[in-house]
Design a binder for this molecule. Structure first.
Ligand code: AR6
Length: 172
């Protein structure tokens, strides 16, 4: 397992030159605000047309589409849990989002993947705990799989960036 496969960038996930970016979607997969809105705007209307054919997605699961006008060839849509205080299985569901996206990337033999901080916006998941889960699941994946050579955590602001930097230092 190679820590050098992990990177953090401050910026916009829609600009990332990777095989796939992950979308923090909702169970309809029909778009929304936040990173979901940004991805649909940048990908263009064909993305919504493909999403309409997917029949939604359960919390903790993931589905893949093409990336259309994005630099990324693919979008892996996952549905994070809504934070309800922590006693409703939120941590396991969030971990499952990361595992599902990573499993799809392995099935497709993708080399590079970028994640946003799933559930930490509209869905209100505490940032520190969410980052720990994200980094831990990626570490566990890298211990068993060699398909991915680059995993990018895209941080939308400096506060998120600092939290990921700390989480990576703690977990790796
Ligand atoms: N690039 C990278 N990160 C971003 C970007 C971007 N362009 N835009 C926002 N973020 P959110 P959720 C960060 O609310 O909490 C939608 O309406 C943001 O700072 O996008 O999983 C869906 O349709 C935050 O840290 O997703 C669902 O209904 C993180 O992305 C619901 O929101 C996630 O925030 C999902 O909520």
């Amino acid at each position: 397992m190679d820590k050098n496969k992990i990177s953090i960038v401050l910026g916009d996930i829609t600009k990332q030159n990777v095989d796939a970016i992950v979308n923090a979607a909702n169970s309809s997969l029909l778009g929304g605000s936040g990173v979901d809105g940004a991805i649909h705007r940048a990908a263009g209307p064909e993305l919504l047309a493909e999403c309409c054919r997917l029949g939604g997605c359960k919390t903790g699961e993931a589905k893949i589409t093409k990336g259309y006008n994005l630099p990324a060839k693919w979008v892996i849509h996952t549905v994070g849990p809504v934070w309800n205080g922590g006693n409703y299985g939120e941590a396991e569901l969030l971990a499952s989002c990361y595992r599902s996206c990573l499993a799809i990337s392995a099935e497709k033999n993708l080399k590079s993947l970028a994640f946003p901080a799933i559930s930490t916006g509209v869905y209100n998941y505490p940032m520190l705990d969410a980052a720990k889960i994200a980094v831990t699941e990626v570490r566990k994946f890298l211990e068993k799989n060699s398909s991915l050579s680059t995993i990018v955590f895209v941080c939308f602001n400096e506060k998120i960036y600092d939290i990921y930097r700390q989480a990576i230092a703690n977990v790796f």
